[in-house]
Design a protein around this ligand. Structure first.
Ligand code: UDP
Ligand code: MG
Length: 320
C-alpha cells in the first residue's frame, strides 16, 4: 500500500481537487493507497473539507493540528500516521506532478530501491534571486554534511524501512529534505518540473525563507561554528604581523602613531567577537529548544470513516 502524505495549510481551494486527482490516478493504476491530509492550523475552511472527505472515504485520513506547526511538523505527523509499505510526500497545491508519483511508485516496486527522490529539473516561476539563494543554501548544507542536496525537494517516496528510520529520529527541529538523505538507503532519482500553483498563493515570504535557511543550516551542520575558529586564526595571524611590526618600529625609535591603528583594531576585533558570539548563541538556542523535548506537533482531532467519526485525541505534554 502507498501512503500519500499531504500537508495542507490554508488550501481550501485545492483540497477537493487534489484528493480527486490523486485518487483517480491511483485507482486507474490499481495501486492500493491511503491519503493522509494534515491540516496545519489552517484559518480557512480546509479542516471542514478534509474532515468531510475523510468521513466519506475510508481511504482518506484527516489529522488536525491544534495550531500552525509548519510543514516539517506536518510531514512528520504524516509519516507517523502512515500505514503503507511506502510513503510519498505531496504538496496540496499539486506543484509536484502526481504522474511523477506513479513513476516513483513503479521504480520502487520494480527495483531494489528504498528511496526515490524527486529533483527539480526546473523550478516553475521562481525569481532569479530566489533561485540563486536556494542554490547557495543547498551548497552550504551539501558541502558541510556531505549530502548531495542540489535541487532537492520534499517530493520523495520512502520505503517502510526509511520511514521507520526517520520516525525513530528524536530531534524536534527537523529538516525532512536533508534527513531523508541522511538516513541513507538505496536511492534513485527522478527529475520533475515544478508546476505553477493554480489556486491560492505560496506560504513563503522572504523573511520566512531566510529564517528557514538559517534554521536548517544550524540544525544540520556545525560548519558556522568552525567559522569562529577560522576568524580566530585569521585575527591571530594579523596580530602577529602587526605586533612584530609595532615592536620593530618601537625598537628603532619611531613607534607608530597610535590612535588610528588602535581604533581600527578595536572595531575589527570586537565585531569579530560579537559575530562569533552570535553564531555560538544560535547553536545554544537550538540546544535549548531541543532539550525542552516538546512534541513536534499537537493533534487536536483525527477524522476517519468509522462508527466513531471524529475522535478527540489527548496529547498533553507530561512535563506541563
Ligand atoms: N504548508 C503547511 N504548513 C505551512 C506552510 C505550508 O503544511 O506552514 C503546506 C502547504 O499547504 C503546501 C505545502 O506545504 O501543501 C507547500 O507550501 P507552499 O506551496 O506554500 O510552498 P512552495 O510550493 O511555494 O514551496
Ligand atoms: Mg507550493
Amino acid at each position: 500500500m502507498l501512503s500519500v502524505i499531504i500537508p495542507s495549510y490554508n488550501e481550501e481551494g485545492n483540497i477537493a481537487k487534489t484528493a480527486s486527482v490523486i485518487s483517480k490516478l491511483l485507482d486507474s493504476e490499481n495501486i492500493d493507497y491511503e491519503l493522509i491530509f494534515i491540516n496545519d492550523g489552517s484559518t480557512d475552511k480546509s479542516w471542514e473539507l478534509i474532515s468531510a472527505l475523510a468521513r466519506s472515504d475510508e481511504r482518506i485520513t484527516g489529522i488536525n493540528f491544534s495550531r500552525n506547526f509548519g510543514k516539517e511538523s506536518a510531514i512528520f505527523a504524516g509519516l507517523e500516521a502512515a500505514k503503507g509499505d511506502c510513503c510519498v510526500l505531496m504538496d496540496c497545491d499539486r506543484q509536484f506532478p502526481p504522474e511523477v508519483m506513479i513513476e516513483m511508485y513503479h521504480i520502487w516496486q520494480n527495483n531494489d530501491v528504498d528511496v526515490v527522490e524527486g529533483k527539480k529539473r526546473s523550478r516553475g516561476n521562481e525569481s532569479i534571486l530566489y533561485k540563486g539563494f536556494s542554490k547557495l543554501f543547498y551548497k552550504l548544507i551539501g558541502s558541510s554534511s556531505g549530502l548531495d542536496m542540489q535541487d532537492a525537494s520534499d517530493f520523495k517516496l520512502l520505503d517502510r524501512a526509511a520511514v521507520d528510520a526517520l520516525n525513530a529520529m528524536p530531534e524536534r527541529l527537523t529538516f525532512f529534505r536533508a534527513m531523508s538523505s541522511w538516513v541513507g538507503f538505496k536511492t534513485e532519482t527522478v527529475f520533475f518540473d515544478v508546476a505553477d500553483r493554480e489556486v491560492g498563493e505560496s506560504k513563503w515570504t522572504l523573511t520566512n525563507l531566510i529564517k528557514f535557511a538559517i534554521n536548517n543550516i544550524t540544525s544540520f551542520t556545525s560548519a558556522p561554528m568552525q567559522l569562529v575558529t577560522v576568524f580566530g586564526v585569521i585575527t591571530f595571524l594579523i596580530s602577529l604581523i602587526l605586533g612584530a611590526h609595532t615592536l620593530v618600529m618601537k625598537i628603532m625609535g619611531n613607534s607608530a602613531a597610535g590612535f588610528p591603528t588602535v581604533i581600527i583594531l578595536q572595531l575589527l576585533t570586537s565585531s569579530i567577537i560579537m559575530f562569533s558570539l552570535g553564531i555560538i548563541g544560535y547553536y545554544l538556542s537550538k540546544i535549548y529548544e531541543e532539550i525542552k523535548q516538546r512534541p513536534r506537533y499537537i493533534i487536536r482531532d483525527i477524522a476517519k470513516k468509522q462508527t466513531k467519526t471524529t475522535e478527540k485525541k489527548d496529547m498533553t505534554d507530561d512535563e506541563e
